[in-house]
Design a binder for this molecule. Sequence first.
Ligand code: ACO
Length: 329
Amino acid sequence: MNKKTGVKISGTGSYFPKKVLTNADLEKMVDTSDEWITTRTGIQARCIAQQNETTSDLAYHASVEAIKAAGISAEQIDLILVATITPDMFFPSTACILQTKLGLKDAPAFDLLAACSGFIYGLSAAKGYIESGVYKNVLLVGAETLSKITDWTDRNTCVLFGDGAGAMVLSASEENDDILSFYLGADGSYADLLYLPGGGSAHPATVDTVNEKLHTMKMFGKEVFKVAVPKMALAAQKSLELAGKTPEDIKLFIPHQANMRIIQAVAKKLNISMERVFVNIHKTGNISSATTITALDEAIKMGKLGKGDLVELVAFGGGFTWGSALIRI
Ligand code: ACO
């Protein structure tokens, strides 16, 4: 009998725009304070893309690093997946634009949209393609330029988001099985609590949609918060159960970086001490689909993870969507 193809996490990378916007900078733009932002969210600064810097540009830099870390050549990538809610444009996909920037031809490429859970949804897709023997090396990217869909006059949202990209190369392996389990969920009845109404078929771009600010994110933060905590805890619990593991088995818990208070509440529900929770929200803000992968990459670079360590990724976002993955580094 043929042995089932396993999945190896062969490399990770990340990239942040150079420009840093601090809470002090925001104090000059809207009626807010460093004290409010820090105590309510844990965010102190976020990186902001230049006007001519696109999501695919950030994705490119993160991908080059991940491919190098994987020790393969870009030509060996045979599928490109980009999770994003801020594509360069509606179409072609950011994944196709990234393919060209990487100097590749022919490798299939597409975007997937599950908001902040996008990278974890992408992990499940990469796992399926590799395990079924269809592709050998999948480049999975979470990349966002949320600054471009932010209403910089709305203090309820503009203090929360940032830009950045993370990438992972996943490869077919006889020895490894690094994606132990995943759990995904969604509930579209919450769509209008966190959304970007304009530009699609519901509200195609017109002068009116621009004047009504329909091309920037809308969020009912308090309501999002209430659903995010139980769903993230549920997702984390489920992927542990599916792999026959408990929170004690995890070396590092890497939750979506949306709000420090959400992170603390989820960790408490799971009975995981904050020493085992990786947090970088203070310097990144919420970068949607890029949060878990950039945090994972940073934890690896900091030497917080050794070979064989188990890591739990969990996210929640617009849709609503939620998801978790138990992975081995
Ligand atoms: N500065 C100062 N005051 C502010 C600011 C600000 N930046 N923003 C809001 N306020 C005010 C409000 O106007 C309100 O004032 P009022 O009481 O006079 O009306 C007060 O602060 C409290 O506002 P709340 O909304 O109740 O504050 P809350 O404690 O809920 O925190 C926050 C708001 C940070 C948005 C929080 O609810 C949150 O993080 N929600 C979840 C966000 C999230 O997880 N999003 C999911 C992922 S994002 C994605 O998918 C793209």
